[in-house]
Each structure stands twice: as structure tokens, then as C-alpha cells.
Design a protein. Structure first.
Length: 363
């Protein structure tokens, strides 16, 4: 759009409009040539600026900075930042050995964690410290024992072992911000209604979904249940941050209660017949498909307002749905067994809980 509105094209068209009867010279270097050239340059810049207008008015998840402008100017939203993962670590070595604040430990992939405070190995040859990831991101939710090296070795520190890291979430993507804009457009927030509470919860960095139950504990009460942006139960820190944000904005007399969703861990085990693939490839594909399925279940459960507790019912992880996910993986010819949490049946998820993926086994 407006690609042809260049300085040269605009100037040429304007000079051609000069009537010979006026006696005004349009030759190069003339007054008219110089004046029209300057005006053409400014007009061309105006046309180029107009090219951005559709992107600002009709944003999509790929609109970049224009998506942020629309979110801020029209919906009072900002893109949510990710959060950092943390874990604890057992340290073993010579009593009296000092491990300074900021000491860096690394995973085999190079992810960095640093101690948050100085600690000293005790008389029993052991100390415990807290580590924080170097950056925001879900990739830093590492497994126990994943920190295998140090940036600089410390004499007297002989071994160490970290717990599982939790709390790391990614920065909000364009698609996620667009979904919040779209929800605000379709479901107006006003006067402390349920959509207001959902919006206030989702303003907090690292919160992925918020389920709202009005009249949760009687008149004037609102129940808010949270998951983080990795679709795991929200941490106590996120629960508290959401509560404080809501307390600042709620109507007078309203009594909100904020809690993290409870986790129902679901394991899946399958015995399959393969053609042209391996069990590791199938396991990876099945894991990704199950994560997407659980995310869809949580979205469907959370992306509405429950106007009374009796509407907030248990929901189901469907056995046949998992079977269908398995059989649609390329290279899976057939199966001889499939168990979901040790059984061949649907799994009922309580209303206050979410399904989380446990061990996936493919043989």
C-alpha cells in the first residue's frame, strides 16, 4: 500500500500539472522544481507513515510494537514479563569453606544459576543455599541434579546437588497478549464483575490462567484459582501478588479469595507396534500432544465466569482422547496396551484442580 508514493513519483506528477500557460519554469534547478521537490518529500513521508495505520488498527499476534500500543492505549494492558526459576542446593565439603553470593553453577546445556546469599560449609561438612536462574524462562525449570559444573571451582567444595527448579516462566508472547486483548474486547470488564477479577489476575507476571467463581463462599465473595504460564499450579508468590493487585482494585465490600490450583498428576504408559520410527520419537510426540491436550482442558475450564459454585463442576481427562492422540502419531501402527494413571478409564479432575503430566512410557 502506497509503495508508489515516492518523492520522485510525487514530484514528477506535480510538475506535470504545471500549465505551460502559467509561464512557470519546471526545469531542473528552477524555483518550482526546488519547491515542489521539498513538498513531495514531505508528502511521501506522510504516505509512508500511513502504511502503518492498518497495522495499528487491525492488530494480530504478529503486529509487534503496534500490538503493545493497542494493548496499552485501548485496554490498559502491558505485556507480562516472565519470571525466574529458583531451587535449593545441598553443598558438601570442608567445614568453614565459604561460597560467596553470586557463585555460578551450570547445567550441561549451559543454563546458569547463581547463589542468592553467601553460605559457609558447617561442621558437619554440609550447607544449603538457594539458587536463582540467570534469566526469565520456563527452560530454567530444570530437574533435580541438573547442575553439573561451576563457572569457577571453589577449593574445599567437593560436591553439590540441586533440587528441581520451579517458578520460571517465559515472557508473554504476541499470541498470548492478543488473546487477552480479544477477550477484553468481547467480554467487557466493568464495575467489579467477574471479568474484572480475571483481568486483574492476568495482569500479574507469570500468571497463565485464572478461574473466577462468583459467590464462592456466600454473598460478596469471589473465588480466584490460578495456574502459571507453564500451566502448573501458581507459586505462593504469584498467589500473593494477585491477591494484593485485586485488593487495590476491587469494589468496596467485596471479599476475594485467591488460591493456586491443585495438581492431579497423570501418567501414561503405552505398548505399541511401530513402523519406521522409534519409541523415543513416539514418546516425545505423545508428550507434546498430551501437554497440548491438558492445556486445552484447562483453558476450557478457566476461560469463563462461574456465577455460582454449583456451576463449577469437575471435568474429565478422556481415555479415548489419549488413545486417539497415540494412534495419530506417525509410525504408530497399532497398540497392545494403554494405561492412564494405571487404568484404562477416564480420569475425573476436581473443580479446584488441573491435570499435570507425570511419567510418559512408550515400549
Amino acid at each position: 500500500m502506497f509503495e508508489d508514493r515516492t518523492t520522485a513519483n510525487i514530484k514528477k506528477e506535480a510538475l506535470e500539472e504545471l500549465s505551460p500557460a502559467t509561464g512557470i519554469s519546471a526545469m531542473a534547478g528552477s524555483f518550482a522544481d526546488a519547491s515542489i521537490g521539498a513538498a513531495a518529500r514531505v508528502t511521501s513521508e506522510f504516505y509512508q507513515a500511513l502504511r502503518a495505520v492498518p497495522s495499528m488498527l487491525f492488530v494480530d499476534p504478529n503486529s509487534g510494537q503496534f500490538l503493545d500500543l493497542v494493548a496499552g492505549d485501548y485496554f490498559n494492558m502491558t505485556r507480562r514479563s516472565g519470571t525466574v526459576a529458583t531451587c535449593s542446593m545441598d553443598l558438601f565439603g570442608t567445614p568453614g569453606t565459604l561460597i560467596q553470593r553470586g557463585t555460578v553453577f551450570l547445567t550441561a546445556e549451559g543454563l546458569r544459576f547463581a547463589t542468592t546469599a553467601a553460605v559457609t560449609i558447617g561442621a558437619d561438612g554440609r550447607a544449603v543455599c538457594t539458587l536463582q536462574a540467570a534469566e526469565n524462562g520456563a527452560d530454567y525449570n530444570i530437574a533435580a541434579g541438573a547442575l553439573v559444573s561451576m563457572w569457577i571451582n571453589i577449593p574445599g567444595l567437593t560436591s553439590y546437588y540441586n533440587t528441581e527448579a520451579t517458578g520460571g516462566t517465559d515472557d508473554e508472547t504476541g499470541e498470548q497478549l492478543y488473546e487477552r486483548i480479544d477477550e477484553a474486547r468481547k467480554r467487557p470488564r466493568t464495575s467489579g464483575n467477574g471479568w474484572d477479577y480475571r483481568g486483574w489476575a492476568l495482569e500479574i507476571d507469570g500468571v497463565g490462567e485464572a478461574k473466577i467463581v462468583e459467590l464462592a463462599f456466600g454473598a460478596g465473595t469471589v473465588g480466584i484459582t490460578l495456574v502459571d504460564s507453564t500451566y502448573a499450579p501458581a507459586s505462593p508468590e504469584k498467589v500473593e501478588a494477585v491477591l494484593q493487585n485485586i485488593l487495590r482494585k476491587k469494589p468496596i465490600g467485596a471479599a476475594p479469595t485467591v488460591e493456586a490450583a491443585k495438581a492431579v498428576e497423570i501418567s501414561v504408559s503405552a505398548t505399541v507396534t511401530l513402523a519406521g520410527t522409534t519409541t523415543e520419537v513416539v514418546k516425545e510426540a505423545l508428550t507434546a500432544a498430551l501437554q497440548d491436550y491438558f492445556k486445552t482442558l484447562i483453558d476450557n475450564k478457566y476461560q469463563r465466569i462461574y456465577y455460582k459454585p454449583s456451576e463449577d463442576l469437575p471435568y474429565t481427562v478422556v481415555y479415548n482422547r489419549i488413545l486417539a492422540l497415540l494412534l495419530t502419531i506417525p509410525g504408530v501402527d497399532n497398540f497392545s496396551s494403554l494405561t492412564v494413571s494405571g487404568a484404562e478409564e477416564d480420569i475425573s479432575i476436581p473443580a479446584d484442580s488441573i491435570p499435570t503430566l507425570g511419567e510418559v512410557t512408550v515400549i
